[in-house]
Design a protein around this ligand. Structure first.
Ligand code: C5P
Length: 224
């Protein structure tokens, strides 16, 4: 890796949670902080890539040099990511996209005048699945798999089903790993069946490892 080893490349990173509102002040979400995605975007930019960060709501500041696209819902993230993706050399979906959204969002704050409230949830689009089915030749597509059981089996299945080149598997049962932490313990799975099993390290170090792997795939494709 040289300081500008991704110069001339375009990389999109998605990060953070999405918010799926059911009225103006209430929403469905998850504990994602955005730290892993922001670390990936910072490292891609540091290596010289034109870096697009598409982020759901996060308290983090966009890293300097990245082109920032703030979104709220999964539908918005899908629109922005799908528009940008065809021109990218690599797309890394690190966002924790909500799989469900309330079917309807009330225009005004819901009053608590009845005791119970039923909110019907419907599926959001699987953004990464759509990117995989439309993947341009030569593009490197990277997903994340956060799991609480059968980590490797589930991650390997998603790698193939979503037509990815790399999947970063994250065991949510490990301490110091996954949502909100500054560190992460991951396994990186590749299409040839190989697996890189990494120890617990900072999210910045995980970002370096993932980008090293993406660079290796770029180099291999250029040779062939
Ligand atoms: O299937 P699962 O949600 O576990 O897959 C995780 C991967 O898919 C992550 O890379 C995540 O960013 C992406 N994803 C997505 N759209 C969704 C759900 C997940 O792009 N609606």
């Amino acid at each position: 890796v040289t300081p500008q080893s991704l110069s001339g490349r375009k990389i999109l990173v998605s990060a953070g949670p999405t918010w799926e509102p059911f009225d103006p002040v209430r929403f469905i979400t998850n504990p994602s902080s955005g730290k892993m995605g922001y670390a990936l975007a910072a490292e891609a930019s540091r290596r010289g890539a034109e870096t697009h960060l598409v982020s759901g709501p996060s308290v983090l500041c966009p890293p300097s040099g990245v082109r920032f696209h703030g979104v709220v819902t999964a539908e918005e993230m899908n629109r922005v990511v799908s528009d940008l993706a065809p021109a990218m050399d690599a797309v890394i979906m690190a966002a924790a996209v909500s799989d469900f959204r309330p079917e309807k969002a009330a225009p005004q704050k819901t009053k608590k005048d009845s005791n119970d409230l039923t909110v019907r949830l419907v599926r959001t689009p699987d953004i990464l699945d759509g990117l995989g089915s439309r993947k341009p030749a030569g593009q490197v597509l990277v997903g994340f798999a956060a799991e609480t059981e059968n980590l490797l089996e589930n991650a390997a299945e998603k790698l193939v089903r979503k037509n990815l080149d790399i999947i970063v598997a994250n065991d949510l049962t490990q301490p110091d790993s996954g949502f909100r932490c500054d560190t992460n313990q991951v396994k990186i799975l590749f299409r040839d069946g190989s697996i890189e099993d990494l120890p617990c390290m900072t999210k910045q170090d995980v970002a370096r490892r993932v980008l090293d792997r993406i660079e290796s795939l770029f180099a291999a494709r250029e040779r062939s």
